[in-house]
Design a protein around this ligand. Sequence first.
Ligand SMILES: NC(=O)c1ccc[n+]([C@@H]2O[C@H](COP(=O)([O-])OP(=O)(O)OC[C@H]3O[C@@H](n4cnc5c(N)ncnc54)[C@H](OP(=O)(O)O)[C@@H]3O)[C@@H](O)[C@H]2O)c1
Length: 267
Amino acid sequence: MTTLNNGVVMPLLGLGVYDIYGRDAEQTVEWALEIGYRLFDTAAMYKNETPVGHALRHGGVARQEIFITTKVHNDDHGYDATLRAFDLSLARLGCDYIDLYLVHWPLTQTRQQTWKALETLYAQGKVRAVGVANYLLPFLTELATYANVVPAVNQIEFSPYLYLTDELRYCRQHQIQLQAYSPLIRGQRFDDPRLLTLARQYGRTPAQLLIRWALQHGVSAIPKSASRQRLAENFDVFDFSLSPESMARMDGLHENLRVVDDPTPML
Ligand SMILES: NC(=O)c1ccc[n+]([C@@H]2O[C@H](COP(=O)([O-])OP(=O)(O)OC[C@H]3O[C@@H](n4cnc5c(N)ncnc54)[C@H](OP(=O)(O)O)[C@@H]3O)[C@@H](O)[C@H]2O)c1
């Protein structure tokens, strides 16, 4: 668990549900609840808020034990449109409130007004925390010039292969919880011999090492899996720890590798 800058407690490890739809999304969330996941990361853009919400409501776990994140779709940026979009997300999820609402992408013309709408939703108590996604350092420093509320979370692509130390340092300094999306690099480096050697040393899988690496940096991680076995594997990371030497070796894997677009052109 981590305590956000407004006192709200959030699990550090969660499930990302990008690219899972309908009954598959329901089934995945049901399995995840059984395994112990309590943080769920969706977005209006993922088109699965309805099945995710349905599974969360019927999964036998009390609402207050579950932490739900969703995000403003790029098509809904702007003050009024964001307020409307929030209500629609809430209705699709079937909730009275959302735990964390994020600006999904820092669109050039509209990100400021969109943030102002999030501040309104926060002041109205409809969301327990507000944050941003894909805010690299220049976006964060710009946001600081007009924000009345410091974002609780910044969700960015982050892995040993994209070890963004400037963003990590800034977020720590400003009490913004960094959250790693695509923490498994969508599997693109599972065959890296350096990672495999370390994984063998710990008797763990590459996925488990990547998740553990994020958590030991104090970074939240939201790996996605739609397989029951891999959901369990990804959650089974709390009974070992990486040594400082292993952490340093993984830090050294940085190669600026992205699996999602670089947000920088939005500046
Ligand atoms: N804010 C944003 O702009 C943004 C952008 C991208 C992602 N995200 C969020 O971050 C979440 C995670 O990122 P992601 O989905 O891009 O990628 P990811 O979590 O890095 O990787 C997911 C891929 O890895 C596979 N996988 C999962 N666990 C595995 C394991 N233990 N062994 C082998 N393969 C495994 C999955 O396949 P199976 O399903 O078959 O297991 C899937 O193909 C998303 O679901 C979404 O919630 C946010």
